[in-house]
Design a protein around this ligand. Sequence first.
Ligand SMILES: [Zn+2]
Length: 224
Amino acid sequence: MVERGLIPAELGPGVGAYFTTREFDLATAQGRAGLAGRLGLRLVFANQVHGAAVRWIDQAAAQAADAPTADALATGLDGIGLVIRTADCVPVALAAADRRLVAAVHVGWRGLLAGVLAAAVGELRQAGAGELRAAVGPAICGRCYQIGEDLAERARRGGHLVFQGADGRPRLDVAESAVRQLRAVGVDRLSLVRQCTSESADLFSWRGERATGRQGAVIALARA
Ligand SMILES: [Zn+2]
């Protein structure tokens, strides 16, 4: 069943994963509380800095008052929801359902170039993950994401998906680049929500609106 405000992602038995919409503005305490209430989960958020750091969420970290500074959260604990927040950047949910391991990752161009996805996959593998599944959520599409020549050159060198827009200026497809990066580190089972944050009225877009809220990805292990 598709619930209002939640786009479900199928990542295996015992794993609940959703991408959120404008229904919950995760930039606000009210929106965060609303999502926690809807899911009936304690939620762990991250203080995101567009880096490649992964934070492992153990019992102590799950109870801590301050959000950890990281762009990826990973855990083997059940009953808590890991949340990353986005508004054009790519939200990614990762799971090794058989090993009961999950992660949520925030991927903007900086994180993409810094290798945050490889770092998150590495963290899960180190914790015992074998087969991994990934869901790539709604983000700004390549057509809408114009970038400068300097970044285009760096992104091309990193093997990311840069193309020329109709106006001749470079564009970066961050979501497809995330898919490429996930495949490169051995994640074969992938799903992609092809919805552009800048073009959809249901999603927040920083590029489209500037002063805007946040949607995100939430992933949790069901209680055993
Ligand atoms: Zn678009």
